[in-house]
Design a protein around this ligand. Structure first.
Ligand SMILES: CC(C)(COP(=O)(O)OP(=O)(O)OC[C@H]1O[C@@H](n2cnc3c(N)ncnc32)[C@H](O)[C@@H]1OP(=O)(O)O)[C@@H](O)C(=O)NCCC(=O)NCCS
Length: 167
């Protein structure tokens, strides 16, 4: 456990969080730059694919420290974005967000969480590996501006299906 671990409360993202969520994303070089319309879509339960969007907040001040968004394509979910404000990083907030996300995804019959990340994003790669994700594939020159490879990763969650015995 991280020695500077901070207690945070995890809850669903709401429209009132969007200004702070975008501020966090814009302050981090490696966070995805989503237009506000993408966050609105993430909050819309009628949007296809449906998304789960969570924030982590510091309980004493209600300050939002980070957020995560996943899209549902059961039995898979894609972790599309996870970001923790620089001053909160390496204090267990990202891990808490991911754990809470997996708990929610399990109630949606998800058995695998997938994601793609820039090969140069060492912090995210280290984080995902620490959370149990395994590299499944590499897509050369997948990203533009700057051009670089994508690393695809996957995490099995929940119970494995019972194998068929053929009897
Ligand atoms: C990736 C990110 C969300 C991790 O959040 P975090 O709150 O700092 O992560 P945690 O404190 O829960 O870290 C848990 C473990 O992950 C690993 N880890 C986290 N950051 C790491 C880094 N920079 N380098 C190597 N390993 C790292 C460590 O094993 C860490 O445990 P430790 O601190 O006890 O060593 C954060 O670095 C971030 O917001 N990055 C910018 C946005 C981004 O790149 N998002 C991913 C692409 S969408």
């Amino acid at each position: 456990m991280n020695s500077r671990a901070t207690e945070v409360r995890i809850r669903r993202m709401s429209a009132a969080d969007l200004e702070r969520v975008m501020e966090i994303a814009e302050s981090l070089r490696d966070a995805p730059r989503w237009p506000v319309s993408a966050y609105w879509a993430a909050l819309d339960p009628l949007n296809t694919p449906r998304r789960i969007a969570l924030v982590a907040e510091e309980p004493e001040t209600d300050a939002v420290a980070g957020f995560a968004v996943a899209s549902l394509l059961a039995p898979q979910a894609e972790l599309e974005s996870i970001a923790v404000a620089a001053e909160w990083q390496r204090r267990g907030v990202g891990g808490r967000l991911l754990k809470a996300m997996v708990e929610k995804l399990l109630t949606e019959q998800v058995t695998e969480v997938i994601l793609e990340v820039r090969a140069s994003n060492r912090a995210a790669l280290g984080f995902y590996q620490a959370q149990g994700f395994k590299e499944t594939e590499r897509r050369p020159r997948y990203y533009a501006d700057p051009q670089e490879d994508a690393v695809l990763m996957g995490l099995r969650v929940g119970a494995s299906p019972v194998p068929e015995t053929g009897t």
